[in-house]
Design a binder for this molecule. Structure first.
Ligand code: FAD
Length: 494
């Protein structure tokens, strides 16, 4: 007999609820624990998963396979070209392994829910049990409700209720233990699984050699790396997080997003670790850096709660339905200039170049560039949302969609539509010395003083011209007026 755990966005051994439960069940039944992962090229395609992210997942699987092997637990990885075939193929594998129980952790996106629904049916037909567990969030979606028993759509009251709920239910921060070791005889019985190698990336998601080396050095994969990053962040930087987190030139945030997105670190472990470092031993009060960091992780939970409650946001629809009527533009030249970091606004361009090079962008800059695309250029925010997914190593549907909805004012609890970031002021405020700008825009390294924020407007035009850096592609004031008028058209129609 065997019990199977199916890894999806939970690629870790530590604090993995479904994995631990599968392991306990196997021990009770005298069965063996097998784990699996399905590489689904069609899902990568449908979700615009970036090649850097695919590479990160595959590197993580290698580490995971090695860690599990130490516990005599095999990790079977297979590529299934047509995603429709996934449920059927899984059932075939379960039967071939003599498994009668499948475990997995819950995913909330619509495609994934549909996939799980057909798998539950396919399992039932063969008399196989399937359990899908709440593990992905600190507080499972559906647990928090407003006074009128509705889902919150505003972050602040939701957050108060999130904190109170965890304090009332401290077991939510209890960590699951690692899976139990399989008997050594497992290796002989399932030698074919132990010997299988991790597949390579699908053709259209392959990195070039230089890119592979680059992403591997910036983003080492695996669970150990995630814990190491968490430890260093909590020991060295969390105390100053509130004060420094908005400055993109500083290394002040945790850079753990890729690990949360891949599941190499659970949000529970992160929140618990931060709480334990707080002198109040609570999520709030005490150290403001810790309190603020926990509230940022809570945003991740918040956007998952929103996704679980309003799944239509998975279908290219804005959260605020009235904003579906905004007349967006689709100018490919302008969009390309934004993608390539050639808008003539240094903070925007530095950020886009950081994204293109690292697969990551600082949160402040994510808001600035998203606002610039949707408001200054009036380009459909969904084009930006997609470009982010195609390039981010931490691409995560709920957080990305939430961030784009916030910045374009079409989402849940958004920035009001009339708040339009001035990229020059954002630049002066959050990168006052132009350190970040100069790191990513070599053309501007010779520009002195405040002119770096606006080389043609504030600097000597000739110096800027010599650098080859472009002029503003649109004027801030005009764009602002145009944007306000365009959004107001829609509000007027209501
Ligand atoms: P830290 O500042 O150390 O924060 C810790 C963790 O909290 C993050 O790793 C992340 O999991 C969570 N978090 C922080 N801020 C947010 C937020 N605003 N929304 C949701 N979760 C948050 N985050 C992603 O993980 N994937 C995305 O695809 C993504 N796309 C975004 C798109 C836009 C337009 C915007 C404005 C934000 C987006 N974010 C996304 C949120 C945020 O920018 C990143 O999580 C953060 O920059 C990651 O860096 P860090 O790990 O150092 O964060």
């Amino acid at each position: 007999d065997a019990i199977v755990h199916w890894f999806r966005s939970d690629l870790r051994v530590r604090d993995n609820k479904a994995l631990r439960l599968a392991s306990e069940r196997a021990r009770e039944k005298g069965a063996l624990l097998i784990t699996m992962y399905i590489v689904s090229p069609q899902d990568f395609e449908a979700h615009f998963t970036s090649p850097a992210r695919v590479d990160f997942i595959l590197r993580t699987l290698q580490e995971l396979k090695d860690d599990l092997a130490k516990l005599n637990i095999p990790l079977y990885v297979e590529t299934i070209e047509k995603r429709k075939r996934i449920p059927g193929r899984i059932v075939d594998l379960l039967e071939a392994w003599g498994a009668n129980h499948l475990f997995a952790n819950m995913e909330f996106e619509v495609d994934e829910l549909r996939r799980d629904e057909s798998l539950v049916r396919a399992c039932l037909e063969k008399g196989i049990a399937m359990d899908v567990l709440p593990d992905n969030c600190v507080v499972h979606p559906g647990r928090l409700a407003t006074g009128t028993r509705n889902q919150y759509s505003v972050y602040t009251p939701w957050f108060r209720s999130w904190i109170a709920h965890i304090h009332e239910n401290p077991e939510l921060l209890e960590l699951s233990e690692e899976p139990l070791k399989n008997p050594a005889s497992m290796r002989e019985r399932y030698v074919k699984i132990f010997d299988r190698t991790i597949p390579t990336a699908p053709r259209n998601k392959m990195l070039k050699d230089e890119e592979k080396r680059r992403f591997q050095s910036i983003w080492p994969a695996g669970e150990r790396e995630a814990h190491e990053r968490l430890k260093i962040f909590v020991q060295q930087r969390i105390g100053d997080y509130k004060e420094h987190r908005n400055f993109p030139g500083e290394n002040a945030t945790s850079s753990l997003s890729v690990h949360f997105a891949t599941g190499t670190l659970s949000a529970r472990t992160a929140v618990r670790t931060a709480r334990d470092h707080n002198r109040t031993k609570r999520l709030d009060g005490g150290n403001v850096g810790i309190e603020t960091w926990i509230s940022e992780i809570a945003w991740r939970d918040f956007y998952r709660h929103v996704l679980a409650h309003w799944p239509y946001i998975c279908m290219n629809k804005p959260f605020k339905s009235e904003y579906a009527l905004v007349e967006w533009e689709y100018d490919q030249d302008k969009f390309k200039a934004w993608c390539e970091g050639r808008t003539g606004y240094p903070i925007v361009d530095a950020a886009m170049r950081q994204l293109n090079y690292c697969g990551w962008m600082h949160n402040r800059c994510r808001m600035v560039v998203a606002s610039f695309l949707a408001k200054h250029l009036l380009i459909d925010w969904r084009m930006g949302e997609r470009y982010f997914m195609e390039h981010l190593i931490d691409g995560d549907f709920a957080s990305n969609n939430g961030g784009w909805g916030f910045s374009s004012s079409t989402g849940v609890d958004p920035q009001p539509y009339f708040r339009i970031f001035n990229p020059l002021l954002q630049s002066e405020k959050f990168d006052s010395e132009g350190e970040y700008i100069k790191r990513w825009i070599p053309e501007l390294r010779g520009i002195e003083g405040k002119a770096v924020h606006d080389p043609y407007g504030r600097g000597k035009g000739a110096e800027a011209e010599k650098s080859g850096y472009p002029k503003h592609m649109v004027d801030h004031r005009e764009s602002r007026d145009r944007c306000l008028a365009r959004y107001k058209e829609v509000l007027g129609r209501r």
